[in-house]
Design a binder for this molecule. Sequence first.
Ligand SMILES: [Zn+2]
Length: 125
Amino acid sequence: MGREDHQERPQLPGEEPAKTTARAHEIVCARCGAGITHERESIAVSGQHVHQFVNPSGMLFRIRCFGAAPGVAAVGESSAFFSWFPGHAWRAVVCAACQTHLGWRFEGDSTFHGLIAERIASGEV
Ligand SMILES: [Zn+2]
């Protein structure tokens, strides 16, 4: 054993350290396994971490909210149309590695990511 306990402290976006050995608590793309974000980025929005929404096409999405998500790439235009979080414009985000649609980035008073629960997985296998 002899593992040191690292202090949990907030990290600046873009200051993510190089790949660590332990992938525990990492959130990965369910399709390709690329690192997306980390459990410590889990946030509650309007008091809840998990939100369920139905989009205008009638599709149900269960999303989990995270602050930073270094493993996604935003695609397309920002839109304020039908925003699930009032006051926040959204952009679709995909896995930067395999381009799978993973959710949305919401930008407003705060910026956060809503990632589709079924499309992400814990890296701890
Ligand atoms: Zn992927």
